[in-house]
Design a protein around this ligand. Structure first.
Ligand SMILES: [Zn+2]
Length: 133
């Protein structure tokens, strides 16, 4: 049993009460395939502007896009290199890829989706008239 020393880099899924070996790391955590899929769904849902209530600042927008990019890269990597995927897992990987691609477009142009906020109008013109006299 001496094989599991500090030289062994094999890690387990970081989800609570899951003892499976990790197949992928995402967002600095290790996941087995099923928990990777769960985590992706959960996080993509959280950053989706159509379901989210929080306004996106440019700072967290950058973080979101970095996450989405990593998420889709890992999903693609798994679907290309994993031999023993079930049809359900394959379908979910594809679903994540498509969703991530869609989100990337949505977050690149954050004003495309409808918003109730007031559009600022013509402050430049008012500035001119107040400085007139
Ligand atoms: Zn797991």
């Amino acid at each position: 049993m001496g094989a599991m020393g500090p030289m062994s880099r094999k890690r387990n899924c970081s989800a609570i009460s899951c003892g499976s070996a990790s197949v992928v790391s995402l967002d600095k955590q290790d996941f087995c395939l099923n928990h990777f899929l769960n985590y992706c769904y959960q996080e993509l849902e959280a950053v989706d502007p159509r379901s989210r209530r929080l306004p996106s600042t440019s700072a967290n927008l950058a973080a979101m896009r970095a996450f989405i990019e990593e998420c889709s890269r890992k999903a693609l990597d798994i679907s290309l290199h994993s031999e023993k995927l079930s049809n359900l897992q394959r379908g979910r990987l594809l679903d994540i890829l498509l969703w991530a691609g869609e989100l990337f477009v949505l977050l690149r142009a954050p004003r495309v989706y409808p918003t109730d906020s007031v559009v600022p109008r013509g402050p430049a013109i008012r500035a001119y008239s107040t400085h007139h006299s």
